[in-house]
Design a protein around this ligand. Structure first.
Ligand code: FES
Ligand SMILES: [Fe+2]
Length: 407
């Protein structure tokens, strides 16, 4: 990570806070309401966004040991992640090359997978180890019948995969160095405390909420937001963005106390002050810092489109720098995590579902993103641009982003 880059963002937040200003977008943007409700557009987004772009599929600490695996389904594609003996992660199409049955489900630790239909066996690096009753089946070219491999990339304690075996888009290019900044969290050495999956509204309706501080003191007034500032400044790296309050105050680690950063020299600014706010990874991840059970932690929310345009699901990973020590701390960490579930389920997603139902009436032509909601404006512009780009244009877009980041 570059502390210098993090300090310069924090400096800008402190200056805006002191001046009681924020960075505005140039104008209010109108988005057609149908972009949230059109089932055809939704199918295209699943194809051109989720089945074509690199996705952050797991925090590294979900698969810490060789042999650890996780099977998941993303937009109808069965994905298998497996930590290899050499410590790298493999990403495979979780379909037996005999007749397509998923070779494993759920999570666990195994060096090989035996398909539950006829018993073909695969190594956890995807190689076909054995055909059941090979004499009866007939000779096959085993090397040609390995599990299909997806491009995979692990960096900053996070794992990305692209659900297109033929993708030519480099995952590093797609991130344009953003993973270098995310490494400031230090997730490589963290552990997974708990996780759960929640049902939500349309994926963009749900994601809008993660890019939005404007709603905090209103929608969340009864839980945590009553005194919350409703302004955010946005920082962009291609389609990925961070939002943070323009303020000279940061919360002191593990307490409610506020630190006034103007009273400290920049060298003294604590590391966790430099990563405050919400970090998103396009198109579907949000990362926010928390303290629970006496430990530094983060909630990584991973959002996927559901079966219909009106549905999504979100896995919340509660990761911690260290596991809590005492029973009491474990309890308090669970309480914190449960609280975050309630806020997202009963406030954000409950609102999103009502909003989506109302939009489906078709009675409103456009929705608005104000000058203070630049993150949402930029998100929707990227979704539209990438949904409509052909494969060649997609490569060119991220090659261009990479060049810009290098300058
Ligand atoms: S489908 Fe896997 S062994 Fe037949
Ligand atoms: Fe919210």
């Amino acid at each position: 990570m570059s502390r210098e880059e993090l300090v310069s963002m924090t400096r800008s937040l402190v200056e805006h806070g002191a001046a009681d200003t924020m960075e505005y977008a140039d104008e209010i943007v109108r988005i057609p309401a149908s972009t949230y409700t059109d089932p055809e557009l939704f199918e295209l987004e699943k194809l051109n966004i989720f089945r074509r772009l690199p996705l952050m599929v797991a925090p590294s600490c979900e698969l810490p040991e060789p042999g650890d695996y996780k099977a998941m389904d993303i937009c109808g594609v069965p994905l298998l992640l497996a930590r290899q003996r050499d410590g790298t992660v493999g990403a495979f199409l979780n379909m037996c090359t005999h007749r397509g049955n998923p070779v494993v489900s759920g999570t666990g630790n195994a060096s090989r997978f035996t398909c539950g239909y006829h018993g073909w066996t695969f190594k956890n690096d995807g190689d076909l180890l054995g055909v059941a009753s090979p004499k009866d089946f007939g000779a096959v070219d085993k090397a040609a019948l390995c599990l299909k491999r997806f491009p995979v990339y692990e960096s900053a304690g996070l794992i990305w995969a692209t659900l297109d075996p033929d993708s030519e888009l480099s995952i590093a290019d797609y991130l344009g160095g953003y993973d270098g900044l995310l490494s400031a969290f230090g997730f490589e050495g963290w552990t997974l405390f708990s996780q759960r999956t929640l049902a939500g509204p349309n994926w963009k309706t749900a994601y809008d909420g993660y890019l939005d501080f404007y709603h905090l003191p209103v929608l969340h007034k009864d839980t945590f937001g009553a005194d919350f500032f409703n302004r955010a400044n946005y920082f962009f790296w291609g389609p990925h963005q961070r939002l943070s309050s323009p303020s000279k105050f940061v919360q002191k680690t593990g307490s409610d106390e506020q630190i006034d950063l103007t009273q400290l020299s920049e060298d003294e600014w604590p590391d966790d002050a430099l990563t405050q706010g919400v970090w998103t990874i396009f198109p579907h991840i949000s990362i926010a810092s928390f303290y629970g059970g006496g430990q530094r932690g983060a909630m990584i929310s991973q959002l996927f489109p559901g079966d219909t345009v009106a549905e999504s699901y979100t896995t919340q990973y509660y990761v911690m720098e260290n596991q809590p020590d005492t029973e009491e701390q474990v309890k308090s960490a669970h309480e914190q995590f449960d609280f975050l579930e309630i806020v997202v389920r009963d406030e954000d997603y409950a609102t999103g579902k009502r909003q989506h139902e109302a939009l489906q009436s078709g009675m409103l032509d456009h929705v608005l993103f104000g000058k203070n909601e630049r993150g949402g404006q930029v998100f929707h512009q990227w979704v539209e641009r990438l949904t409509n780009a052909n494969d060649e244009e997609l490569l060119e877009i991220f090659a261009g982003e990479r060049r810009e980041a290098a300058e």
